[in-house]
Structure formats: structure tokens, C-alpha cells
Design a protein around this ligand. Structure first.
Ligand code: C2E
Ligand code: MG
Ligand code: MG
Length: 741
């Protein structure tokens, strides 16, 4: 028996044209009706009267209470009771009314429908009670014919259903408003996607969900148009940012793909996919449902999608802004700023196998200058692609023009793996370029506690690697930093002490073995710090070179030497010469040669009395530049000596091209000269000098045996502690008075 007349007009505002779809039999297949009456007979009669009734597709299910108190208890226990058929008079005259009050006032259940029944007409409640407590019907038992009961129950359940729809609708809309507002606050696509799925979970009861869209521009390294999982619910967090195909569920992936391509929702038995788009940004929300969606749910989802679409467009715009701040425009890799964030995570990680490294391409600027920026860019792309292919466990960033940063397990991030990447040439345009790189490493256990700090650490290691002649890589350890700090402190002190005139030149006499007279002096720098300590030039000259201070200091040395030459010219010893040491960075200055010539001229010295000592190593970088510079100095009459000869790496063919006057035999060869078989190198150098028509001076003579051996080898000149240590200028003049008398 199905009853269709509608006796209740109160809820006509809800759209019920499609009522078969409005409720869903899968959600609840019965309506729970509570029969409350102290007369058991009434219970069975009622059940009998309603036995075949199907209301809106569902059967009725009964609960029975025989007193008002029992009724209240059952209502509390069963939150899915939709209708109470309630006797008014039971244990007391108004026991039924007490139940009504309990339902409405205490339990605050406004949705439960109530039909009051009474045996005696005189117990009808006040009209106001019927109104205030929203009682559907009041009937005496005799009034209630079977047909009337059926109609009453039908109308009551239907009104329950409408109230329920309105409530759900309202709650759903409230959720949507809240959800859309909170999703608008999300700034990352990932948070947004997960947020959307979380809100979906509140709207419908899905077991799993994924948020999919194209990865390009959102997922690191997504270089094609594939769909990626941007958010998940019920899967694992590691599935996020992976290609959709990793989902390993054919039905789901094919439904998602069709949904994206056909730009429409797909409702399947097990799966449902919602398509949505805003401002050209498209996505699919895919849900694995436990129950099919009701029409209300579908309608709510539609409203929800419209509300959150703007949020989706927003997160893309945020992502773009973020990318501008954190991404390298060329390679789309994280930039330096973002690498510091990644390093922060590295610091927080408790994975001890992690290593971070910087990879610096050698001579990249030559390629950029020589072959053009386009080729340079293509080379960088090719390099980043190859490093990226090393392992997907690594994180890669481009942190400078030709510097890449990597974080990854030590199996991948190590000198062997990284340098092996550079064994093959890189394709850039038409070119196949073979390049190599320098590497700075820092393992997790040596790393500091913050990203910026670690970046500094790998930078220190990289700088050392770039200078290293042996290996192109260096691992950071704490002493390096201590050394760096010490060096920076020393450089600071050297700078102020130089400005405060704390540097001094000492002069070490050079003698002719033939006459025993002083023929010259080597000017040697001395640094006496404010606390009276002497710091060896072997220590501070490299620092002065490193910091560039050597330029000013070097010019000052030449000037000081010239002043002493003038003093010599005016003394009884005008033929005595002075030699000064010159470092590589000085030569690298364009105006070095002119500056020396100018200083000599302004001091009005005889240029032939001024000698510059260079070491073989100055030839290492750009021999022709050095040769040209020396030729120019030589043309002005300035003498050139090759210092520490035999300890460097210069080729003899270059030696021939140098406009030299003297060779200096290094102290290391002199010190072994008196031992058996120890004179071979000194002998060779002395002979070489003779053949090339150069004077030869031996350094570091400390004993008479060494002197005797040098005389036997035919050496011309000597310098060493055996004759005199380096001394202040005034002492040198006294020394001259004594020896050259
Ligand atoms: P160098 O040019 O080879 O200078 C010779 C070094 O040998 C000096 O050390 C000198 O004191 C030391 N020496 C001389 N005779 C003996 C000896 O008989 N026994 C021993 N054990 N040592 C002897 P110093 O003054 O410590 O200078 C070290 C180096 O610092 C110099 O080596 C030179 O390369 C550099 N240097 C010194 N002054 C200057 C300067 O004004 N400019 C530049 N660029 N370098 C300088
Ligand atoms: Mg020297
Ligand atoms: Mg020397």
C-alpha cells in the first residue's frame, strides 16, 4: 500500500519534484517508528495496520515502549527514530506530554515527528501545546481508522524527511562557506589540494580521495603535461607530487583522465570524479565512495566547487609569485633562497646518510663569452638534467650562475658519482662540450644547525676545492672554518697594521764569493703586531695575496727599497743593489709594470740597481702576459731574478724566453749540498745559469762547508745566515761599513 496524498503544506518550500532521488535507500532502508503505549494491544494493532506501508521507498521498523519513562530512554538510545506514536495517558495523566517535553526541550530534537494518541477525548492537550511542541497530529484512538493512521504516519514521515533535507542542506551550506573561506587562505597548491579533500570528507563519506592536475609549473621537475597527484586523502603522503600513473589503479586513472579531458564530472559505481576549473587552471577531484551520492550531496558539491574554484586560481598565482622568489627561471630548479630552505630541512633531518654538495662548473664564463649566452644556457640545462637523473632521492638547486647545490644520500652525493657525470660531453646547441667541475661537500654530521650556515660551510669547502691542485673536491670539516675565521681576523689585523705603518723592510746582505763583499740585499717584509709579536712573511704574504692587500703592500715595498737605493747612491756604496719579491697577484694588475717604473722614476733611482724577484709559479697561469711584463721592465733597465729556482713547475722552454739576470738556487738544494751526492741539483742549476749567461746566487747558506761546496761548483754569489740574517736598514748600512770597507 502506497499513500501519496500530501496533508502537510508546511514544507512546500523545498524542491521535492524529484523525490525518489532525494532520499537514498542505500542510506537507510527503514524508517524507525517508536510506538509508546501502556496497552500492549495497541502496539500489535498499530503494527498490523501499518504492516504493508512503504513510505518514500522504505519500510517501517518499530521500537516499543510501554511507559513514558521507557520512551524517553529509547529515544536517547536511538538517534534515528523519525516518528513517535505517543499515548498521552500512561503512568500518569500527562506522561505522554512529559515525553514530548523531553524530546523537544531536553534532547532538543526538533526533527522527530510526534503523533499524540489518546483513548479518552477529555485528555486532549491545549492547542498551544500542539503548536509549541510541533506536534504533527492529535487523534483519539477511536478516530484513528487504519486508513487515517496510514495517512497520518505517511505525512509525518514525509515531513520528517523534508526537515532532515533542509537541515542537511543548511549544514552543508554552512560547511561550504566555512570551507571556501579557509581554502582561500591556503597559499600552496599542496595545502589547498589536501584542504579540499578534507572538506570533501566532511561533505560526503568517501574512503579515499586524490586531487589531480597537470604538474607543469607546480611539481618540481615536471617537464611534460602529465597529470600529477597534488593532494591525497587515505593514500600516503609520498604519493603526492607523483604522476597519476603511480596510483596503480587502472579504473581510477582512466576515469580521472577522461574527466580531465572531457571537462565533466564522472559518476561511477565505486568512483566519482569531479572536474573543476578557474582562470584556465583545471583539476579533478577523485573520490572512492562508500555509498552512492544523493542528489543533495551532488548539488552541494556543485555549490562547493563553484566556491572553491577562485581559491584554486589564487594558489596558482601564489605559486607563481613563490616561483619568482624561489625558483631559478632557467632550469626551474629551486634557487639559492629556496636551497637554504632545503638545507634547513637537511639540518632538521635525522638521516645521517645525507650529504650536501656544491658543484661549480669550471671555466663556464669562457663558454658563455666564447660561444654566447644561448649555448651557455643550454649547457646549464644539460648539466642540471644530468645531475637530476643521478637519483630521484637527490634534491637539486641552482644557486649561482654556474653553481648547483645538491642534497641526497651519500651513495649518490659523493665525489665519484658526481665527477663521473662530467666524463661525457654535454650537448649544447650544435656543440658537444666537455667540461669539469669543482665540488664542496658537507656531510650531515659536520653540518651546522641552520641552512644558511651549511651553505657557508659547503662554500668554504668549494673554495678550497677550487684552489686545490690535487683533487677537485673537498669535504668540509670544522677546522676549515676555524682556519677561515683565523685568516679573516689576520687579514683585518694586517690591513690596520699596514695602515698604521707597522710593516717594516729588513735587508739581508748578498755577497760575491769572489770578493767577499756585499753586492746587494734582498728586502724582506717584517710584520710586528701591536703586542710585539713578529709574524712570518711565509704566513702573512699568502693572506695579503688572498685579500688583495699585496698590491698596496707590494707598491710600498718597492717604494721603500727605492728610498734605500737612494740612500745607498748617496753613500760610499752606490753599486749595491736591492731586490724585492713580487707576488702573482701583483703581476695580474694591468698597471703593475707602469707603477713599478713610476715609483723608480719618482725616486730617481738607477733602475739597474733595482731587482725584482719572481718565482717560477708566476708563469703557471698566463706565461705570455708575464713574459711581456718582464720584457717591459727589463727595457727600463730593471733586473729580474728567478727566486726559489728548481722548486716550481716551470718548463725550461719558458725559462729561455724570460729576460732574466739571475737565478736563485733555493735553500732546500743548498742545505743538502755538503752531504754526499747532495750537490747534483745545485750543480745543475749553476751550470744551467752559466750556459744561459745568467748570474747565479745561492740562498740559505748556513755553514762553511756549504760555502766551500758552492765555491767548488763555481757559484758567483751567496746569501744566508752564515753571512748575515735579514736586518733593519740602519743595521744593514753598518754592516756595509764593516764588510765593504
Ligand atoms: P724568499 O724570497 O725565498 O726569501 C728568503 C727567505 O729565506 C727569507 O725568509 C729569509 O729570511 C730566509 N733565509 C735567508 N737565509 C737563510 C738561512 O741561511 N737559513 C734559513 N733557514 N732561512 C734563510 P723570510 O724573510 O721569512 O721570507 C719568507 C718568504 O716570504 C720569502 O721567501 C718571500 O717569498 C716572501 N716575502 C718576504 N718579503 C716579501 C715581500 O716584500 N713581497 C713578497 N711578495 N714576498 C715576500
Ligand atoms: Mg726572495
Ligand atoms: Mg727564495
Amino acid at each position: 500500500m502506497q499513500v501519496s496524498e500530501n496533508t502537510n503544506d508546511d514544507f512546500l518550500f523545498i524542491d521535492d519534484s524529484d523525490e525518489d532521488e532525494i532520499f537514498d535507500s542505500a542510506i537507510r532502508d527503514t524508517w524507525k517508528v517508536l510506538i509508546v503505549d501502556d496497552d500492549p494491544e495497541i502496539h500489535s494493532v498499530t503494527k498490523l495496520a501499518l504492516s504493508d506501508l512503504v513510505v518514500l521507498g522504505r519500510n517501517l521498523e518499530y521500537l516499543h515502549a510501554y511507559s513514558g519513562q521507557d520512551a524517553c530512554k529509547l529515544i536517547e538510545e536511538h538517534d534515528d527514530i523519525v516518528l513517535v506514536l505517543l499515548d498521552v495517558v500512561m503512568e500518569s495523566d500527562d506522561a505522554g506530554l512529559a515525553v514530548v517535553k523531553h524530546i523537544r526541550e531536553e534532547l532538543k530534537r526538533d526533527d522527530i515527528r510526534i503523533v499524540l494518541r489518546t483513548g479518552q477525548p477529555g485528555y486532549a492537550p491545549e492547542e498551544s501545546v500542539i503548536k509549541d511542541y510541533d506536534i504533527n497530529d492529535y487523534k483519539t484512538k477511536t478516530e484513528l481508522t487504519r486508513r487515517k493512521l496510514v495517512t497520518t504516519v505517511y505525512a509525518a514521515i514525509r515531513s520528517y524527511q523534508q526537515i532532515d533535507s533542509v537541515t542537511k542542506n543548511r549544514q552543508g551550506l554552512e560547511k561550504i562557506i566555512g570551507a571556501a573561506a579557509s581554502l582561500l587562505e591556503q597559499h600552496s597548491v599542496h595545502d589547498y589540494a589536501n584542504g579540499v579533500l578534507a572538506e570533501f570528507k566532511m561533505l560526503v563519506n568517501n574512503s579515499r580521495g586524490v586531487f589531480c592536475a597537470r604538474g607543469q609549473g607546480i611539481v618540481d621537475g615536471a617537464d611534460d603535461l602529465s597529470l600529477y597527484i597534488l593532494g591525497q586523502d587515505g593514500l600516503s603522503e609520498s604519493s603526492v607530487n607523483q604522476k597519476l600513473t603511480t596510483l596503480d589503479d587502472r579504473d581510477a586513472t582512466s576515469q580521472i583522465t577522461s574527466c580531465f579531458q572531457q571537462k565533466q564530472h564522472f559518476f561511477g559505481v565505486k568512483y566519482t570524479s569531479f572536474y573543476f576549473a578557474s582562470g584556465g587552471f583545471r583539476a579533478v577531484i577523485h573520490l572512492e565512495l562508500t555509498q552512492a551520492l544523493t542528489t543533495i550531496e551532488k548539488q552541494l558539491i556543485e555549490v562547493f566547487l563553484t566556491n572553491i574554484a577562485t581559491g584554486y586560481e589564487n594558489v596558482h598565482l601564489f605559486q607563481k609569485l613563490r616561483n619568482a622568489a624561489y625558483k631559478d627561471w632557467l632550469t626551474e630548479l629551486p634557487n639559492r633562497l629556496d636551497f637554504v630552505n632545503l638545507l634547513d630541512d637537511f639540518c632538521q633531518s635525522d638521516d645521517d646518510r645525507l650529504v650536501t654538495a656544491l658543484v661549480d662548473l669550471n671555466h663556464f664564463s669562457d663558454i658563455n663569452d666564447g660561444l654566447g649566452q644561448d649555448i651557455g644556457n643550454q649547457l646549464l640545462m644539460a648539466v642540471s638534467k644530468r645531475i637530476r637523473a643521478l637519483s630521484d632521492k637527490n634534491q637539486l638547486a641552482r644557486i649561482g650562475a654556474d653553481v648547483f647545490g645538491i642534497i641526497g644520500p651519500k651513495e649518490w652525493v659523493n665525489p665519484e658519482s658526481l665527477s663521473a657525470l662530467f666524463n661525457q660531453p654535454f650537448a649544447a646547441g650544435e656543440q658537444n662540450l666537455l667540461i669539469n667541475a669543482s665540488y664542496g661537500f658537507c656531510s650531515k654530521k659536520s653540518a651546522g644547525s641552520r641552512g644558511v650556515k651549511v651553505l657557508n660551510q659547503i662554500n668554504i669547502a668549494l673554495n678550497l676545492a677550487k684552489k686545490s691542485l690535487h683533487e677537485p673536491y673537498v669535504y668540509y670539516h670544522q677546522e676549515m672554518e676555524d682556519k677561515t675565521l683565523w685568516r679573516l681576523g689576520m687579514i683585518r689585523q694586517l690591513r690596520t697594521d699596514f695602515a698604521d705603518n707597522r710593516l717594516e723592510l729588513f735587508y739581508q746582505p748578498q755577497l760575491s764569493l769572489a770578493t767577499g763583499k756585499i753586492i746587494g740585499a734582498e728586502a724582506l717584509l717584517r710584520w710586528k703586531t701591536a703586542d710585539g709579536k713578529f709574524i712570518s712573511p711565509a704566513v702573512f704574504i699568502p693572506l695579503a695575496e688572498y685579500s688583495g692587500l699585496i698590491i698596496d703592500i707590494g707598491n710600498w715595498v718597492v717604494d721603500q727599497a727605492c728610498q734605500q737605493l737612494n740612500r745607498l747612491a748617496a753613500s760610499k756604496f752606490p753599486d749595491v743593489s736591492i731586490s724585492v719579491n713580487v707576488s702573482i697577484p701583483q703581476f695580474k694588475r694591468d698597471n703593475f709594470v707602469n707603477t713599478v717604473i713610476e715609483i723608480a722614476k719618482s725616486n730617481k733611482v738607477d733602475p739597474s740597481k733595482l731587482e725584482l724577484e719572481i718565482t717560477e709559479n708566476v708563469l703557471m697561469d698566463e706565461p705570455q702576459v708575464i713574459i711581456d711584463a718582464l720584457v717591459k721592465l727589463k727595457s727600463q733597465g730593471i733586473s729580474i731574478a728567478l727566486d726559489d729556482f728548481g722548486t716550481g713547475f716551470s718548463s725550461l722552454s719558458y725559462l729561455q724566453k724570460l729576460p732574466l739576470d739571475r737565478l736563485k738556487v733555493d735553500r732546500s738544494f743548498v742545505s743538502e749540498i755538503a752531504e754526499p751526492g747532495g750537490s747534483i741539483i745545485a750543480d745543475t742549476i749553476i751550470n744551467l745559469g752559466k750556459q744561459m749567461n745568467l748570474k747565479v746566487i745561492a740562498e740559505g747558506i748556513e755553514t762553511s762547508e756549504q760555502e766551500a761546496q758552492l765555491i767548488a761548483l763555481g757559484c758567483d754569489e751567496v746569501q744566508g745566515f752564515y753571512y748575515a740574517k735579514p736586518m733593519p736598514a740602519d743595521e744593514f748600512f753598518s754592516c756595509l761599513e764593516k764588510i765593504n770597507r
